[in-house]
Write a protein that binds this ligand. Structure first.
Ligand SMILES: Cc1cc2nc3c(=O)[nH]c(=O)nc-3n(C[C@H](O)[C@H](O)[C@H](O)COP(=O)(O)OP(=O)(O)OC[C@H]3O[C@@H](n4cnc5c(N)ncnc54)[C@H](O)[C@@H]3O)c2cc1C
Length: 550
């Protein structure tokens, strides 16, 4: 009889716990040991901001599976408070340290899986280790923050970083009654978005009395004699704070792999092949610690999200068990919400495409309702769809709104993975009843708007060239809408008057048309083109203008 396979797993949370559970499903004989340096296995890191904010009240709700459950239900051994300190690849052994006793010991493996996650980045500035400054990664971190809030009763917080975790923490600190200042090094919030799509997020933060300081980075932390903190930034600003949250991104935990001589990519993530195997054939790696191929750009990148970690775990275990398995790559599909706003994206942004040297793409904007306008309660959805000019293949999508955001992005995520085109989106048959969507769903609409461009029915004017354009700007909204605000230099010719006033428009000069959302201007473009004018549409209309020129 074959010896049972001995599989050791470093990291017992998202990727590691999933590996262990699937391995047991595939191999009843395998000996499986999970190691985690922390006190818990399999907890919900994604819930931590909500535990700090009190939305999740009981810490036990964050615990998805205990070591006891792993043992009883799956015959899997979990060693919490045990850190894997080294990998001896020549002997197929790891060296682990029992953090309770300090004892060092070795364990043999037939297969080793690394799922050690990522570490929060701590800005290398004076005072970063002062009391009252926290990062959030583990249950103990969230406990420490809760305890600080309960015992110190802080009134003012500074959150460093305006990405997913920073903004979730911001909302939860506001929920706790704190006055929050967010400091972000980049000139936009939610760096995963293109800047114009991040604008509604900034506005929502400001309307919730969050002070936002973009394009500025923390340069020092100081504590005054009574313990209050002072946060100074490179621009010379200074903020008083009773609590600071560091949410400036993460770095893959690849030190163990590096020390063992495993290949690590330029992003700092462990390099793996499509079966999640590292440069050592007996070692696999998954989750935040690895770099993976971007499904759209083909470049190596870090995608520190729970979904890819889970899928990678499945692939790694299949591969360990000799099954054919291939990780297709990641597309960075993510969603987050704060102050009633949902933000989601999938695939490449324009920033990503430019960074990858890809220029054969086009973006369209649209602002449909979350469901049929005649049914009460529809909320605007701000969407951006990016597609390849050559063949219409969908490359990326971003959406912001109060309702129906994630549903559309999820559909588009599948479309991207299946290499669908904007023409496929036109044809998508999606569910519709007035309270849920529209007979022409925003996903269909996005496809139609994009397909109109590819079929040559409409030419788009580039938003970024608006300040320099010599084209005549024509606002086809109604006079009251024009009076309430318009693009500088635009003339108002409402759509309903266009036929009658066609003689006022120049034939020798290009015309750029816009309306509020892009729909009336599309009619105007079609009318003017068929009458021989050189005309382009400003995609997404005045609503998009606000994103570009806040
Ligand atoms: C506050 C927060 C909110 C998040 N929200 C979302 C969200 O909404 N959506 C989403 O998709 N993703 C979210 N994420 C990211 C998601 O949690 C991670 O992508 C996912 O947990 C990665 O899984 P992993 O197994 O790679 O790492 P982890 O789940 O972090 O597990 C790694 C474990 O390995 C242990 N470890 C590391 N080195 C060693 C060692 N040498 N020896 C022993 N143990 C070791 C660590 O202690 C840790 O417990 C969030 C993360 C955080 C922190």
């Amino acid at each position: 009889m074959n010896q049972p396979k001995r599989v050791l797993i470093v990291g017992a949370v998202a990727g590691g716990a999933s590996c262990a559970a699937r391995l047991r499903r595939l191999d009843e004989q395998a000996e499986i040991v999970l190691f985690d340096r922390g006190p818990f296995a399999s907890f919900a890191n994604c819930g931590l901001p909500y535990y700090v904010g009190g939305v999740i009240e009981d810490e036990r709700q964050l615990l998805l599976a205990s070591p006891d459950l792993f043992r009883q239900r799956f015959n899997i051994e979990v060693r919490t408070r045990n850190e894997v300190a080294a990998i001896d690849r020549s002997r197929c052994e790891i060296e682990a340290r029992d953090l309770a006793t300090g004892r060092l010991y070795r364990e043999r493996y037939d297969a080793l899986v690394l799922s050690p996650g990522a570490t929060p980045l701590r800005p290398q500035v004076p005072g970063v280790d002062l009391p009252g400054i926290f990062a959030l990664r583990t249950i103990p971190d969230s406990r420490d923050i809760r305890e600080w809030i309960q015992t110190r009763r802080p009134a003012r917080a500074v959150v460093v970083g305006a990405g997913l975790i920073g903004l979730e923490m911001t909302e939860n600190l506001v929920r706790r009654g704190l006055q929050v200042t967010v400091v972000e090094r980049l000139p936009q919030v939610m760096p995963a978005l293109d800047p114009e799509m991040a604008e509604p997020v900034s506005r929502r933060l400001e309307t919730n009395r969050v002070a936002l300081h973009l394009d500025d980075a923390v340069s020092a932390f100081e504590a005054d004699p009574n313990g209050a903190l002072r946060v100074t930034t490179h621009s010379g600003r200074s903020f008083a704070a009773d609590l600071v949250i560091l949410a400036a991104g993460t770095r893959p935990e690849s030190d163990l792999a590096k020390a063992a001589g495993l290949e690590v990519g330029s992003s700092g993530g462990i390099r793996v092949d499509e079966s999640m195997r590292t440069s050592d054939p007996r070692i696999w790696a998954v989750g935040d610690a690895v770099e993976v191929r971007d499904l759209v750009t083909g470049q190596w990148r870090l995608v520190p999200l729970a979904g890819p970690a889970q899928r990678q775990a499945r692939v790694a275990v299949d591969s360990i068990c000799g099954r054919e398995a291939r990780f297709r790559g990641a597309q960075g599909t993510m969603v987050c919400g704060f102050f009633g706003l949902t933000v989601a994206l999938t695939g490449a942004t324009e920033k990503d495409l430019r960074g990858a040297g890809i220029s054969d793409y086009q973006a369209v904007y649209l602002h449909p309702g979350s469901h049929a306008g005649y049914y009460p309660g529809a909320k605007p959805l701000h969407m951006k769809l990016i597609f390849r000019r050559g063949d219409g293949r969908i490359l990326g999508a971003q959406a912001v709104g109060e309702e129906g955001v994630e549903k559309r992005i999820d559909v588009l995520a599948v479309a991207i993975q299946k290499q669908a085109t904007v023409f496929d989106l036109e044809e998508c048959e999606l569910c519709y009843a007035p309270q849920y969507g529209a007979a022409k769903d925003p996903v269909n609409l996005a496809g139609m708007v994009a397909a109109n461009v590819l079929r040559g029915d409409v030419q788009l004017a580039p938003w970024e060239e608006l300040p320099q354009t010599v084209a005549l700007l024509v606002d086809v909204r109604d006079p009251d809408e024009f009076a309430a605000g318009h693009i500088d230099g635009a003339v108002n010719v409402p759509l309903g008057e266009l036929r009658r006033r066609i003689g006022e428009l120049p034939r020798e000069r290009e015309i750029w048309v816009y309306c509020e959302l892009g729909q009336r201007s599309y009619y105007a473009v079609r009318f003017l083109r068929q009458n021989g004018f050189q005309v382009r549409n400003l995609s997404g209309g005045y609503q998009t203008y606000w994103g570009w020129y806040p």
